[in-house]
Design a protein around this ligand. Sequence first.
Ligand SMILES: [Zn+2]
Ligand SMILES: [Zn+2]
Length: 90
Amino acid sequence: MNVRVGLKRLGLKSLREYYKTPHWAALVREMRKKRCDRCGRACGRLALHHKTYLRLGAEAPEDLETLGDPCHRAEHGLPPRRGRGRKKGR
Ligand SMILES: [Zn+2]
Ligand SMILES: [Zn+2]
C-alpha cells in the first residue's frame, strides 16, 4: 500500500500536510495520555507510528502504535539519539 494513494484520496500532497490536520491533532491528543506500546514505559517523547497507511485519514486503532522516541527509532532501524537534543522528529 502506497502512502501516496491515501494522501491523494484526502486531497493532500504530503504526510507533512496530513500531520497538520485536525484529525491527526485529535489522535495525537489521545496518544499523549498513553505510554509507549513497545516497552510500556514513558521511554521518551511519544510519537504516533503508522504500522500501515492503508486507512490514512480514518485509521483503525491497530494501524497505529504509540512509541517513545527510543522505541520509535528502533522501529525505523535508526540508532539511538545521541546527547540530549530535543529536536522534533518522528
Ligand atoms: Zn518504549
Ligand atoms: Zn514511525
